[in-house]
Design a protein around this ligand. Structure first.
Ligand SMILES: [Zn+2]
Length: 414
C-alpha cells in the first residue's frame, strides 16, 4: 500500500508569477498617473526602486520604499490600507510584483504604473532629482538620513542653510560646533576678540595653543577640522548700527551668543527690522535660558524687556562668574532650535522660553507673550532705527540683582 505523501506545491516560473500578478493588479499608464496628480487626487505614490535609483530622479511627491523592504516597512509608510496606492519602478515589473504583495497584505486599492519611471521620462513628464551626496557625505550624515524628520531632503536644507552666530565665545562655541557637525553649510561668526586663557574654561572652539589668536580664526580652524563641508565666514568686528545690516543680510537665522546688553538690543532690533528669526540664549552663574524671537509669530526681546537695564544693575560674566558647562547646555539648545527651524520640524521655542537652574536641576518652560505696544515689533513702533546703546556692561559694579519683567528674569551675559 502506497502511503500518501503531502502534496508539494507546484513551483512557479517567473512567467506564471507575472501572469498571476497581472490578473490581480490593474495597470495604469503614465498619462493616467499624470492626470491623477494634476487633479490633486489623494493617493500614495510608491517608488519601489533601490535608493540609488530614486536619488537619480523620481516623481514629485513619491515615497521611496525599495522592494527589498516593502513587507517590512510598508505598514509604517502607509498605515491606512484603504488609501489608493500607485506603485512604480523602473520598467513596471518590480512594481507589479510589489503591488501583488501589497494586495495580499490587505491593501485594497493598488495599481502599478506600466512602463515605470523609464516610460515617465520618455513621455517627457516632469520629475525631481534630490541633491546628490558624495560617498563621504552619505556616510557622514547617515544617522540623519535614517531619521524621517531629516532624511536626505532635510540634510540638503541643512547644507543650504546660512546661520550667523553672534559671538564665538561661551554660547557661540557649542552652537557653532554642533551646527558644523550637523552639516549646516554656511556658518557666520561675529567676534572682534582674541582668545584669552580665561576663555578656555568654557569656550570649547578654542585651544591653549591659540591664545592671542582672533576668535573667528580659531573657530574656523576648529569647525573646518570637524567638517570640511562647512563654509565659515568670519567677521572680526564689533557689531554696531553701522555694520549690522551688512553682516546680517546674507544669513537666514541669527543665533545670539553676545555678552553685553547694547549688542543684545541691537541684534534684536535688527532681526525685527530684517524679519529674521533670532535664536536667543543667555547665562548667569548657574542659570541659563533660551528662546526663539520671531515676530509676528511670537514676541521679540523688547516685548519682554523694553529697555536695557540701568548700568550696574546687571553684572557681567567676569564679575558674576559662570559655570563652565552651563553655556554648553544653553548653546546646544540654541543649535537644536536652529536646526529645527531649518528643517521645519517639531515645535520651535517661539513664544516660549526654556530656563535651566542647574544647581537644583530644575527646568521650566515659560510662556511668553507679544507686547501689543512693543517699542519695536508692534504695529506702531516707537523705535524705527537702530540704536547704539552705550557700552556699560562690565564697567559698572554690579550687585548681582537682576530686574524682573513679565515674570522672566532679565538675562545676564555669557
Ligand atoms: Zn516686540
Amino acid at each position: 500500500m502506497r502511503r500518501k505523501g503531502r502534496v508539494k506545491p507546484m513551483a512557479k516560473s517567473y512567467k506564471q508569477l507575472m501572469d498571476e500578478a497581472r490578473q490581480a493588479v490593474p495597470e495604469v499608464s503614465v498619462q493616467q498617473v499624470k492626470e491623477k496628480l494634476d487633479r490633486g487626487e489623494k493617493f500614495v505614490l510608491l517608488d519601489v526602486r533601490e535608493k540609488e535609483e530614486y536619488r537619480d530622479g523620481h516623481l514629485e511627491g513619491a515615497v521611496s520604499l525599495p522592494r527589498g523592504f516593502l513587507e517590512i516597512r510598508v505598514e509604517d509608510t502607509v498605515q491606512d490600507r484603504s488609501l489608493p496606492i500607485v506603485a512604480y519602478c523602473a520598467g513596471g515589473v518590480r512594481s507589479m510584483i510589489a503591488a501583488k504583495t501589497l494586495k495580499e497584505m490587505g491593501y485594497e486599492n493598488v495599481v502599478s504604473m506600466s512602463g515605470g519611471f523609464t516610460a515617465w521620462k520618455n513621455a517627457a513628464m516632469p520629475f525631481t532629482q534630490d541633491r546628490q551626496f558624495s560617498q563621504e557625505q552619505a556616510t557622514r550624515y547617515s544617522r540623519h538620513f535614517t531619521l524621517p524628520e531629516v532624511g536626505e531632503k532635510g540634510q540638503a536644507k541643512l547644507l543650504d542653510a546660512k546661520v550667523l552666530c553672534i559671538g564665538a565665545g561661551g554660547l557661540g562655541s557649542p552652537t557653532a560646533f554642533y551646527l558644523a557637525a550637523a552639516g549646516v553649510g554656511t556658518i557666520g561668526l561675529v567676534d572682534h576678540d582674541v582668545v584669552d586663557l580665561s576663555n578656555l574654561q568654557r569656550q570649547i572652539l578654542h585651544t591653549n595653543d591659540r591664545i592671542g589668536m582672533p576668535k573667528v580664526e580659531s573657530a574656523e580652524k576648529t569647525l573646518k577640522a570637524l567638517n570640511p563641508d562647512v563654509r565659515v565666514v568670519g567677521f572680526r568686528e564689533r557689531l554696531s548700527s553701522e555694520n549690522v545690516e551688512r553682516i546680517f543680510k546674507d544669513f537666514d537665522i541669527i543665533v545670539n551668543g553676545c555678552d553685553n546688553f547694547p549688542t543684545r538690543y541691537l541684534v534684536n532690533d535688527a532681526c525685527v527690522f530684517m524679519k529674521k528669526p533670532l535664536v536667543d540664549g543667555s547665562i548667569f552663574q548657574f542659570e541659563g535660558q533660551a528662546s526663539v524671537f520671531w515676530p509676528p509669530k511670537g514676541p521679540c526681546y523688547r516685548c519682554l524687556f523694553p529697555e536695557p537695564p540701568p548700568p550696574g544693575a546687571a553684572p557681567s560674566c567676569a564679575e558674576a562668574g559662570v559655570l563652565g558647562v552651563l553655556p554648553g547646555l544653553v548653546g546646544c539648545v540654541q543649535a537644536l532650535e536652529t536646526i529645527k527651524l531649518i528643517l521645519g520640524a517639531g515645535r520651535p521655542l517661539i513664544g516660549r522660553m526654556i530656563h535651566f537652574d542647574t544647581l537644583s536641576m530644575e527646568v521650566r518652560v515659560l510662556k511668553l507673550r507679544r507686547d501689543p505696544n512693543c517699542l519695536v515689533c508692534s504695529e506702531n513702533p516707537k523705535i524705527t532705527q537702530l540704536i547704539d546703546y552705550e557700552e556699560f556692561c562690565g564697567l559698572a559694579s554690579g550687585n548681582g540683582e537682576r530686574p524682573q519683567a513679565a515674570g522672566v528674569e532679565h538675562p545676564a551675559h555669557p
